[in-house]
Design a protein around this ligand. Structure first.
Ligand code: CDT
Length: 318
């Protein structure tokens, strides 16, 4: 990530409209490349793409696992279908974050994101830790949320990487709702946290009013940016994928908690801001000076307990 002044960089978030079951990888990658070019034209140094950006949000479908793997998982990265995105990044000298379904050589499956620098080198990898949904077939539900069936819990922790002197952390979708996600990264001096999401506007587990889906999406990121003195770039895949609606609201949030850029629709859309990393330093030097003010001896329960009042591991997250 290069910057003209020492502590300012151009950050773009590339929201995606729907990716339908019938859409080819090649067509999706063309959309990503087009948005990468637009972001570069707007002087971005780095672009955030959504979670599972290369395919439809397939955890909504109960399907044969072999078919799921064949249709939706990537065996390597970059692979020939995704290579045009890497080639464009190198040509434009721009870095990116991309979410995709990863199949390892050992046959393990993760909901993964990567951090790619402006030389198109993969410098960081994250595997989603907070997998939402269920693993059983909910025959009464209008759609499924089978992340617990199709993915393993990530095994890489929450990392932070240096990308041209900016400390960048990654997470994915449901992770953004959990305070631990951000704090583990801010304790590694993260300055910018990037994430992609696919958030259905309907909650199949309980009758949640639809407006709360966007409200909670905003409130967790605004509060977390402030409490951890980080910038957040969040890219959604949204609109109606084969009739199943997901929220938009892709955004860039400042360490003040303020939203500085926000998508306006539910289609492919690039939003951008020139972000001042020193704003985070200001908050970290004062109200959130961790070294001066944190009291970890009083936080032990956070790592000793999983569920409230119960030292045993929680069974499921639903
Ligand atoms: N993709 C993803 O993690 N979506 C979840 C839906 C939660 S409802 C089961 C999210 O947190 O947005």
């Amino acid at each position: 990530m290069k910057s003209n002044s020492s502590r300012k960089i151009g950050l773009a978030v590339a929201q995606m409209g729907p990716v339908n079951l019938a859409d080819s990888r090649a067509a999706v990658v063309r959309r990503l490349v087009e948005m990468l070019r637009e972001a570069a034209g707007r002087k971005a140094d780095f672009v955030v793409f959504p979670e599972l950006a290369l395919t439809t949000f397939f955890p909504r479908y109960w399907m044969d696992e072999g078919e799921i793997v064949e249709r939706f998982f990537e065996r390597s990265m970059p692979n020939p279908e995704v290579q045009p995105l890497f080639d464009a990044a190198r040509e434009l000298s721009i870095g990116f974050y991309l979410g995709y379904a990863e199949l390892t050589p050992a046959g393990r499956r993760f909901n993964t994101s990567i951090l790619v620098d402006r030389h198109a080198r993969i410098i960081g990898k994250y595997r989603k830790i907070h997998l939402p949904g269920h693993s059983d077939h909910k025959t009464e539900a209008p759609f499924q949320h089978l992340e617990k069936k199709y993915f393993e819990v990530g095994d890489l922790g929450f990392g932070v990487w240096d990308i041209d002197d900016v400390k960048v952390g990654m997470c994915l979708c449901n992770d953004r709702r959990w305070p631990e996600t951000y704090r583990v990264m801010s304790l590694q001096s993260a300055e910018l946290i990037v994430l992609g999401y696919n958030t259905p506007s309907k909650n199949i587990h309980w009758n949640e009013p639809t407006h709360l889906r966007t409200f909670h999406h905003e409130i967790v990121m605004q509060a977390s940016a402030y409490q951890n003195a980080v910038w957040i770039g969040a890219a959604g895949k949204c609109g109606h994928e084969d009739g199943f609606h997901m929220i938009g609201g892709s955004m860039i949030v400042a360490p003040s908690g303020e939203i500085v850029a926000r998508s306006s629709g539910e289609e492919d859309e690039v939003i951008a801001a020139r972000i001042d990393l020193d704003l985070g330093t200001t908050f970290r030097d004062h109200v959130f000076n961790f070294a001066r003010h944190r009291s970890p001896e009083h936080y032990r329960l956070i790592v000793e307990r999983v569920g409230a009042g119960d030292p045993l591991p929680a069974a499921v997250l639903e």
